[in-house]
Design a protein around this ligand. Structure first.
Ligand SMILES: [Zn+2]
Ligand SMILES: [Zn+2]
Length: 328
């Protein structure tokens, strides 16, 4: 069974026989596939492929040993260009497809992916934690690693937007030794950020308050706030995504401010080992606070609750009885 997004919020399920596995691919049984805020765009627009791009599963056939547990690296990188050879696979010069966007993803019982996109999970890390190593902790950690290169010290950072990625930034920043404040208009999300150790931000109308601001919402107002509250010489990390242009309005404030703006995409595979260490530290606490396990037939309900803001990180988990580690 697999899910199809027909547009305007409509989800249908279809049963299709599994074909042959293409050369170089592996077939995974999907044990867990998290919902991502970006999937809401596909829910609205519809998708020609099976969506779902935060996948953890077990190899059942193809180019890797059966039983291998892995999480799925979304960008299908070439493995041969100068950036890939340098380990910076998220910067691949021949980036072809994103899994769950241009080829079938994980809202299904099985998914075929290129073998090099399977990141094997260490035995001591449950898949329910490992899957957070993708868009939640992997993306957050890479953004922070890039951003920290711009600063000698960061006394305190502000995280604007406490959705799944923002909460990942809160958790990872502290694990990297950076104290954080958090802002979110939704009190429940802000409470989750504080449960992870963030201090609620105070009045954000004044300029020059933070060494670093990580903007994770993508909203215009939040981008404006980020550019206002960063101190001169500080760093704005533009992580939030939206279809709107990222504007740097040429106000006197902007023209007279020395400032870094950092944009990052996902994470390179050469950071994965360090990310496992981060997950060993913060992963279980993060999972327990944000993950809501549901099953594939419950996907429409999961999205409804997700869009309504009731669940921070719904995860579709396999109903296989032996997968209790995923459902806790
Ligand atoms: Zn995502
Ligand atoms: Zn490449």
């Amino acid at each position: 069974m697999r899910a199809r997004f027909r547009g305007h919020g409509e989800i249908e399920f279809e049963k299709a026989p599994l074909g042959d596995i293409a050369d170089g691919d592996v077939r995974l049984r999907v044990d867990v596939c998290a919902l991502c805020g970006s999937d809401k765009r596909l829910l609205h627009s519809g998708s020609p492929v099976v969506p779902g791009h935060e996948i953890g599963g077990t190899v059942v056939g193809g180019a890797l040993p059966e039983g291998t547990r892995g999480i799925v690296y979304i960008p299908v990188f070439c493995g041969a260009c100068v950036r890939c050879v340098a380990g910076r696979t998220n910067q691949c010069l021949h980036l072809s497809e994103l899994i769950g966007w241009q080829r079938d993803g994980g809202f299904a019982e099985h998914v075929d992916v290129p073998a090099r996109c399977v990141l094997p999970v260490p035995d001591d890390i449950p898949l329910s934690v490992a899957v957070l190593g993708l868009d939640t902790v992997g993306t957050a950690a890479h953004a922070l690693r890039l951003a920290l290169r711009t600063q000698d010290t960061v006394d305190r950072a502000l995280v604007v937007g406490a959705g799944p990625l923002g909460l990942g930034v809160v958790a990872v920043a502290q694990a990297m030794g950076v104290a954080v404040d958090a802002f979110d208009p939704n009190p429940a999300r802000l409470a989750t950020a504080t449960a992870l150790g963030a201090r609620p931000a105070g009045d954000l109308s004044a300029e020059n308050q933070y060494d670093m601001v990580v903007e994770v919402s993508g909203a215009d107002a939040a981008r404006e706030t980020a550019q206002r509250v960063v101190r001169p010489g500080g760093t704005v990390v533009a992580l939030g995504e939206s279809n709107e242009p990222y504007t740097m309005p040429a106000t006197p404030r902007w023209r007279r401010t020395d400032c870094y703006t950092v944009r990052s995409f996902y994470f390179p595979v050469d950071e994965v080992d360090a990310n496992w260490d981060l997950l060993r530290g913060v992963g279980a606490a993060l999972r327990d606070l944000i993950v809501k396990p549901l099953t594939l037939p419950e996907l429409p309900e999961a999205f409804a609750r997700f869009v309504a803001g009731d669940h921070v990180k719904p995860c579709i988990v396999s109903t296989d009885a032996h997968l209790t580690e995923v459902t806790r």
